[in-house]
Design a protein around this ligand. Structure first.
Ligand SMILES: Cc1cc2nc3c(=O)[nH]c(=O)nc-3n(C[C@H](O)[C@H](O)[C@H](O)COP(=O)(O)OP(=O)(O)OC[C@H]3O[C@@H](n4cnc5c(N)ncnc54)[C@H](O)[C@@H]3O)c2cc1C
Length: 504
């Protein structure tokens, strides 16, 4: 491709934000080119092999990041067409209406959003339609208003999980059907495995490739170039308009000019790209006049809780159909909020072995078969000191987890409830701090250019033709999974770009 191509929009990244934006822009007829660093994920035996995925890290990137103390780690951040959604648990849940307002926790307060839930509601509905979300209204007391029902009924509980749902209800909780983007029959037809953290090779997961990108590529005016790693954005001499996207492919450097650039490389990589694009007019990096880029990095504080009933076998395959929000808006006793609870994909001996290397896998499998596995997730609060930055060519992820009292409270409350529900043993392990699955916040959205990098329509304050449409823009992490909110914001940004820039 050459600089002479008449391109309207270059989208950087084909994950949740980029693919969904492209789907929203595609019907305009604008010429859209998506540049994606990864390749398409091909089907092979390892895609459904827990040992290959969890013990051998078969799909992890050949990449090293560093924490603030200088310790090297291999991040669980995936580079394929579809981005991290290829591996996601496909929980497609809306932020609660309360999440858009400031929330007071025991250890801090969230800033709220530049707009309220009502503004995003219609876009949530469109995102649920695009990602074919399975769910049911009326079960979760924290569920915000929906102007349309879920497009599909919920993924059914397996019998062992239906029994867990009853046990939780008898213990006083109000379990609800997790909203999910999975066609369970297609998923199980490929192999009888869970889907959470298992890569999707177009076998039933509703991810950024199978839904967003497919919708976009149905239009002749949209194309994707894979294996294309963007390394820099260049501006005009005044540092105002982004003119050129520089990328590397198979060892060669290429340059693309476009009227608009939409950055969606994920919260860590989008911020790094802006920082790496510093020039004379923008010495601190693009979109960074207010020194906001890379700051406010958030990721959820989360733990796995294995609730063990030695007398009951859990023979579920996929398990992940129930959520609990009883401690989301308060701790159930009038105290501050704690977070969301949802089932994990079924943990097996092979998965446990990746954490407990010395234990025999057969013994771990015996334990796993007596366990029901929960994911306990609490909001991380935005802090300017929690950040991603470049140290030369090194990626430094200096995450400062916050609001840990909420996570500790959630663990304590769930221990109580699970024991009351007949699980005498509850084993809890915090998730690895270096797993940035729910990364967000690094190029945050706001009304005040002194405190945010992009405006409420995701347009960079400093560059009128640059939009950021991935998890970077989230002003808060909330206590629920981020992907549906990323998709809703991308659809809303697409409509704004169409109306204000592409209409003529
Ligand atoms: C194991 C796992 C489970 C998860 N489960 C859930 C869940 O159940 N529900 C939920 O809501 N969220 C879940 N998430 C998080 C969810 O996947 C992310 O929130 C979502 O994908 C973020 O979208 P994004 O557009 O910001 O980034 P991504 O979807 O990661 O997309 C970024 C894209 O940019 C590409 N890219 C990066 N750098 C460059 C570059 N320099 N040039 C070109 N392309 C580049 C990447 O390859 C990728 O395709 C999970 C994540 C993981 C890892």
């Amino acid at each position: 491709m050459t600089a002479d191509d008449d391109i309207d929009v270059v989208v950087i990244g084909s994950g949740m934000g980029g693919a969904t934006l492209a789907a929203g822009l595609a019907p305009s007829g604008a010429r859209i080119v998506i540049l994606e660093r990864g390749e398409r994920l091909a089907d092979r035996p390892e895609t459904r092999d827990a040992r290959a995925i969890f013990q051998k890290g078969a799909f992890r990137p050949q990449e090293t990041w560093f924490d603030a103390a200088g310790a090297a780690f291999n991040p669980g951040n995936y580079y394929y067409v579809g981005g991290n959604t290829k591996f996601y648990g496909a929980v497609l849940i809306r932020y609660r209406a309360e999440d858009f307002q400031p929330i007071q926790y025991a250890e801090g307060r969230t800033p709220g959003w530049p707009f309220g839930y009502d503004e995003l509601e219609p876009w949530y509905g469109r995102a649920e339609a695009l990602y074919q979300v399975r769910g049911r209204l009326g079960e979760d007391p924290t569920e915000p208003d929906h102007s349309a029902p879920y497009p599909f009924p919920p993924v059914p509980d397996e019998p062992a999980i239906a029994a867990v749902r009853e046990r939780l209800a008898r213990a006083g909780l109000r379990p609800f059907s997790l909203p999910l983007g999975v066609d369970i029959e297609r998923w199980l037809a490929r192999a009888k495995t869970p889907w959470d953290a298992f890569p999707d090779t177009n076998t039933g997961k509703m991810d950024a490739e199978t839904c967003g990108l497919e919708a976009a590529l149905a239009h002749d005016n949209v194309s994707i170039e894979t294996g294309a790693r963007v390394v820099r954005l260049e501006t005009d001499g005044a540092g105002k308009r982004v003119e050129t996207v520089v990328y590397e492919k198979q060892g060669a450097t290429h340059r693309l000019n476009a009227r608009f650039v939409a950055l969606a490389a994920g919260a860590v990589n989008s911020a790094l790209l802006l920082l790496a694009s510093a020039n004379g007019a923008a010495p601190g990096g693009l979109a960074n006049r207010a020194d906001q880029v890379g700051r406010h990095f958030m990721n959820h504080n989360s733990s796995a809780a294995l609730a063990i009933d030695p007398f009951t076998r859990n023979d579920a395959i996929y398990q992940k159909t129930i959520g609990v929000n009883d401690f989301y808006l308060d701790d159930g006793r009038g105290g501050p909020p704690l977070g969301n609870v949802q089932l994990l994909g079924k943990i097996s001996g092979a998965i446990l072995k990746s954490q407990l290397r010395l234990a025999p896998e057969a013994a771990l499998e015996l334990m796993a078969r007596r366990a029901v596995d929960f994911y306990l997730m609490s909001e991380d609060l935005p802090s300017p000191d929690s950040r991603v930055r470049l140290d030369g060519s090194r990626v430094v992820l200096d995450w400062r987890p916050s609001n840990l009292a909420a996570q500790a409270g959630l663990v304590a409350r769930m221990r109580e409830v699970l024991r009351a529900a007949g699980f005498p043993i509850v084993l809890v392990k915090p998730f690895d701090r270096r797993t940035p699955s729910h990364q967000c916040g690094t190029i945050r959205m706001g009304r005040d250019p002194a405190e945010a990098a992009v405006d409420p329509h995701c347009r960079a304050f400093d560059h009128p033709n640059l939009f950021v449409v991935d998890a970077s823009v989230l002003p808060t992490s909330a206590g629920v999974n981020p992907a549906l909110t990323v998709a809703a914001l991308a659809l809303r940004a697409a409509e704004h770009i169409r109306a204000t820039e592409l209409a003529a």
